[in-house]
Write a protein that binds this ligand. Structure first.
Ligand SMILES: [Fe+2]
Ligand SMILES: [Fe+2]
Length: 165
């Protein structure tokens, strides 16, 4: 389904997050011209910077402006939202742990974070956004878009978005 304009800014962030997730899972770049670092320790800095610049605000935007509408207006929305919030918390914890200890067991911890991030984004794109577009009315979707537009701009994630997923 074509993405509703209200949700496109979040979908752009999702694209960037998937590029990061693939790099974390594979441990190497996914495209020839990518600047994703092959070194695991450098990947820690990339993912923590991506979190500070983009993902932290993205999660807050979803929790403030998207999830409450879904919990109210989409079939089984409350259960879906509680799972998604739990995943945000898990991802935040992984990032905090990497900030505290950026060196141990990176070959396990970075792919684990990548898989969590990838599956979270795929659920939002394939299940959450699809359900919103099917079940919410145009006025409700416009209201979500307007609420998202009032939030502070997210960081320069375009730095990593030139690479196709
Ligand atoms: Fe999310
Ligand atoms: Fe998201």
């Amino acid at each position: 389904m074509k993405r509703h304009p209200a949700l496109i800014p979040l979908s752009h962030d999702h694209h960037d997050a998937l590029v990061v997730a693939r790099g974390l899972i594979l441990g190497r770049a996914t495209a020839p011209r990518s600047d994703w670092p092959p070194d695991r320790r450098a990947q820690v800095d990339r993912v923590t910077a991506f979190f500070s610049e983009t993902l932290r605000a993205h999660f807050e935007a979803e929790e403030q402006s998207v999830y409450p509408v879904v919990a109210q207006g989409v079939t089984d929305g409350a259960a879906m939202v509680s799972d998604l919030i739990a995943e945000h918390e898990q991802i935040r914890k992984h990032v905090r742990d990497l900030e505290t200890d950026p060196t141990s067991a990176l070959d396990q911890r970075l792919p684990a974070l990548g898989k969590l991030l990838e599956s979270h984004i795929r659920t939002e794109e394939r299940v959450l956004f699809e359900a919103m577009q099917e079940e919410l009315g145009p006025a409700e979707l416009e209201a979500v878009g307007a609420a998202l537009a009032r939030l502070p701009p997210r960081g320069p994630s375009c730095r990593i978005s030139s690479e196709p997923v």
